[in-house]
Design a protein around this ligand. Structure first.
Ligand code: FUB
Length: 323
């Protein structure tokens, strides 16, 4: 399958996190709605209120909607905006990690737990201690450790933090300074807390130098994803205002990662977001665009396309069909 396929046509869904659980692919997307809030750089128009879960037994087959699995109404600490989530499995339980603004309009990361991959998920009464910003994704490494990657600029509030502390100015670094990194943190054994202080995910250029904040075509913006291919760690992400999905490769879950290229050129719509998963011996890029909504950037639709690796482990760039 080299031609992208739309997956859901009755609802707008975005930011797909996809995992293989019990032999099926499970999709954990954001649920886009028409909120009526005008579009702005703060992302207020992304005012999502619940999550659905989808499953697929084959990549060309039916996409089953398991319905609403978590609603903002049932989260005790909720303010607004359920953005991109992810789910990890450990010892018979499924842990959903989700970003949500608290009642002071600060993004935190919450956890909700289920006995099944299709939910429903029961949220804890408070967000993860020390959590901030958006877009959590979780890697289960081969040794049984779990690592969360998170963070996103602008509306995702990452520019408000340095060394895991909120700062007064809340501004981005200068163009010649190192770019703000995504964060990586090992999870506690319970899966409910950070097991350590989050660290910055270093992305280096071909000369071993940290990417600069002014390098808008390559620096991290949001939408972290991590997967392993032939023993290497592939960290992929969106460049935000330049609308690319890029990747960098490293030898450890903590990095550093060396920038390798573009996976997906811009799609129709402002945001781009994805996950990469192996299924039945092939690799797939799940992503979204705004073609079905006629380009409304807050109403996105899920897609999947096969990706291909070259012999040297680099990924062939896919045309997103946007600008
Ligand atoms: O869906 C809301 C936000 O848009 C996500 O958290 C970002 O990654 C972007 O896709």
């Amino acid at each position: 399958m080299k031609t992208p396929r739309y997956l859901v046509d009755d609802l707008y869904m975005a930011d797909p996190a996809v995992h293989l659980f019990d032999g099926k692919l499970y999709i954990y997307p954001s649920h886009d709605i028409e909120s009526g809030i005008p579009e702005n750089d703060n992302g207020d128009h992304f005012d999502m209120r619940d999550y659905h879960v989808y499953s697929m037994e084959s990549i060309d087959g039916a996409v089953v909607d398991h319905g609403v699995v978590l609603d903002v109404k049932n989260i005790a600490w909720a303010g607004r905006q359920l953005w991109d989530c992810d789910v990890a499995f450990k010892n018979g339980k499924y842990y959903m990690y989700f970003p949500l603004k608290d009642q002071t309009d600060i993004f935190r990361i919450g956890v909700a737990v289920s006995d099944c991959p299709e939910g429903p998920f029961v949220p804890l009464d408070s967000p993860m201690k020390g959590s901030y910003s958006i877009d959590p994704c979780v890697l289960r490494d081969d040794d049984g450790s779990y690592y969360m990657y998170f963070g996103g600029l602008w509306g995702g509030q990452l520019q408000r933090y340095r060394n895991n502390k909120a700062i007064e100015c809340g501004c981005e670094p200068g163009e010649d300074e190192p770019a703000l990194p995504s964060r990586v943190v090992k999870l506690s054994d319970s899966m409910l807390e950070f097991g350590e202080e989050p660290r910055g995910v270093q992305i280096l250029d071909e000369n071993g130098q940290l990417l600069k904040a002014g390098d808008h075509d390559r620096r991290f913006f949001e939408a972290s994803w991590i997967h392993k291919y032939k023993g290497k760690y592939y960290f992929s992400y969106s460049t935000g205002n330049t609308h690319k999905l890029c990747y960098a490769v490293g030898d450890s879950p903590y990095g550093p990662f060396t920038y390798k290229g573009v996976i997906l050129t811009p799609v129709v719509g402002w945001t781009t977001h994805h996950s990469i998963v192996e299924f039945k011996g092939k690799w797939y890029l799940f992503h979204h665009d705004c073609v079905p909504s006629g380009g409304k950037t807050w109403l996105r639709s899920l897609k999947v396309v096969e990706i291909e690796y070259r012999e040297d482990g680099t990924i062939q760039t896919i045309d997103g069909g946007g600008e």
